[in-house]
Design a protein around this ligand. Sequence first.
Ligand SMILES: [Zn+2]
Length: 160
Amino acid sequence: MKRYLELSQQLDAIKAEMSEIAKKSFEDGAKELFNNFSQLESFAWTQYTPHFNDGDPCSFGTDIDYCNINGIDDCNGSNGNCIKCKKDIYRWNYSKTPKEEVKICTDCGGEAEYPMGPLADAVHSFLRAFTYDDLEKMYGDGYKITVTREGISVNEYNHD
Ligand SMILES: [Zn+2]
């Protein structure tokens, strides 16, 4: 029991320190993203506690898995083309488990290209590094957060 309580205290201390440095880490990490990707203009997500959840308990959540990049809801960099025949290709094959990236055009065998892929992957993994707890502490409950080169804006978000 003693060891358990010790570890529990350590965990609380670690969580408190994480929360303390979260905002600065976020700002530094965002700057790095904009430096690494010149085509990145903005990314945005919402976070709130729903008022209604089909009879299930309503708990705080975010939509970072469906975040918005450069004004487009394509957090997975899903839209691409065949470099030969230019056909539109969707990046992910969800019929495979785990999902697989589509690399070859089924029409002509040409290579598939996803211009937003690496950028979307970087933004996505950056956002997912933060715990929901820390995101709530940093930016509140019921908000849309938009990050640009100029800074971070937090606006009230109307939700169900
Ligand atoms: Zn093709």
